[in-house]
Design a protein around this ligand. Sequence first.
Ligand code: TA6
Length: 288
Amino acid sequence: TSATTGQPCVALAHPNGGSVEVQLHGATVTSFKTSSGNDVLFLSEKAVFNGAKAIRGGIPLVFPQFGQPDKAMPSHGVARTATWSLSEEEGEPAVEGHVKANFVLGHSEETLAKWPHSFSLRYEVDLGADVLSVTLHVTNPGEEAFDFQALLHTYLTVPEIEGAKVNGFQNVQYIDQLENNESFKDERPQADFTREVDRIYAGEIGDVGVVGGTTVTNSCEKTAPGAAEVCVPVDVVLWNPWIAKAKSLGDFGDEEYHKMVCIEPGIVSKSHSIAPGETFSLKQVITA
Ligand code: TA6
C-alpha cells in the first residue's frame, strides 16, 4: 500500500537509489524519483485517491479514446480508472541494471457495456539509472478489427512554467484544442508558456525536452505474428492549464500550473484500426 495514496501500488527500487511507484488504479505511475531524490513527475497535492477518479498527475493512461467525443465513454477512456493487475508472466527480463514490472488489463463486462470491443493491454514500467521507460501494448485478441486511440498523459515537474522552454516542435503542425481544433504550424525553435496551452502536435517529432530539464523520446510500433514491425507516427500533446483552467479543476491547486507541463505521446490525431492479432506498442523514455 502506498504511503502517498493509501492505495495498492507496486514500488520499483533501483540500486542507484532511484525509485518508481505505480498505483494499481489505472496502472498510474505516480512517482519517478532520481538517484538524487528529485521527483521527475508532477503529482497534484489535491489529487484524489479513491479508486474511482483518474489521478491528477504522474502518467495516466488514455485508451480507447482521447478526450470525450461522446458522453457514452468517460473522458480519456476506461484504462486510467480501471483496476489493473500485476502480470504473473515474466515477459522479457529486465536488461542489466534495470528493474521492471508488467501490468495487465483486459475487457470486462463493465468495459464491454461502454465499448463493445475485446482488448488486452499490457503496460511495461522499466526503471534504469535515472531513466524511466513506459510502454503501453494494445492487442486485439478478438475476431474483429476496431478503431482506437491511445496516449500516455505524462505530467512533468518544472521549476517554474513562466520562463520554461520546450524544444522539439519546430516546424511541426499542431491542432490547437483552444482554437476550434484549427491546424497551425509552429515555427518557433522552442515553445514557451504565457497562457493556457493545449495542442496536439502531429508530424515528424523527434526528442522533446524541457530546456535544462527532462527530455522524452516517444515511439510507437505495430506488430502482428509473422509480420514485419511497422513504425506508427506518434503525436505529442503539450498542455499547461494556466490560471483559469487550473482554478476550474477541483483536484489541482490554483498555483500548481507553475510547477508542471504535460508532454503526452499518443496516437490521437486520428483513430487507428487494429486487426485481430495485432499489437500497437506506444513508448515513452523519460530521461531526467
Ligand atoms: O492534456 C490534454 C487534455 O485533453 C486537456 O484538454 C485537459 O482536458 C487534460 O487533457 C486533462 O484532462 P482530464 O480529463 O484529466 O482533466
